[in-house]
Design a protein around this ligand. Structure first.
Ligand code: API
Length: 242
């Protein structure tokens, strides 16, 4: 998270973002986010994938940006901000950040799998044993298949583990590896679980912890009032010369 309200960060710099996100020679991150002023919003969030490319929406990153904005004194307990996929509202309640996601209008069925966009593109496959699988290999195979070749996709493997509870593991485009949690992916997985009969809020376990997704289904594959809820806390602060 970089406070870029003074616009000191040299934007659109793939090499620099890639360097900062490198875990061995840089700082280390799955992505990089700039918090910036915006005339019509509390702030704007600019998200880059770890490979340096401008990303789409990042759900967990957005929750972290809200926490960051609060720590900087940019907001109090509620926020209305701009991200790659448009306007978002969020609220802070102690540890938890509740983030409103954009409505989803369409969920595509691909064989037994699903494909939808929750701000970022997500492929969803239900599996029986998500802990035992090779997310890197199987995720890559889908991420690079012909159907998604041009833009790529994030790939989520989902296991139903309770009445309204799932376990999700995600192969992330732009990181090109499994990450510990992907917020837009978790949201997509929970909505699809909703299509398969689960009730809101759906509890979602990920390698990095636990999230919740609330939603209202409005039709065959469409949803509104979608919220991604989970904790976000600061683990480190520092400065870097670029
Ligand atoms: N990790 C992010 C999503 C990043 C998506 C990005 N990897 C892409 O679509 O290119 C999240 O928490 O929602």
């Amino acid at each position: 998270m970089i406070d870029n309200r003074k616009m000191t960060f040299p934007g659109e710099n793939e090499a620099l973002v890639k360097h900062l996100c490198d875990r061995r020679t840089g700082v280390g991150a799955d992505g990089l986010i700039l918090l910036q002023d915006h005339p019509d919003y509390d702030f704007e969030m600019v998200y880059y994938n770890a490979d340096g490319r401008v990303g789409s929406m990042c759900g967990n990153g957005a929750r972290c940006t809200v926490r960051f904005a609060r720590q900087l004194g940019v907001i109090e307990d509620v926020a209305c901000f701009l991200a790659a996929d448009g306007e978002h509202q969020a609220s802070v309640e102690r540890d938890l950040i509740q983030l409103k996601m954009n409505d989803v209008k369409q969920v595509e069925r691909i064989g037994n799998d699903y494909y939808l966009n929750t701000g970022s593109p997500h492929y969803i496959r239900f599996v029986d044993d998500v802990q035992g699988m090779d997310v890197y290999e199987e995720g890559r195979a889908i991420r690079y298949n012909d159907r998604f070749a041009a833009v790529g996709t994030n790939v989520n493997f989902v296991q139903k583990i309770g009445e309204n509870e799932i376990f999700v593991r995600t192969y992330e485009r732009g990181v090109e590896d499994e990450t510990l949690s992907c917020g837009t992916g978790v949201t997509a997985a929970a909505l699809v679980a909703g299509l398969e009969g689960m009730q809101s809020p759906v509890k979602v376990k990920v390698l990095g912890g636990e999230l919740q997704v609330a939603f209202e289904r409005t039709g065959e594959g469409s949803f509104k009032y979608i919220y991604l809820i989970g904790p976000a806390k600061q683990v480190f602060t520092g400065s870097v010369n670029v």
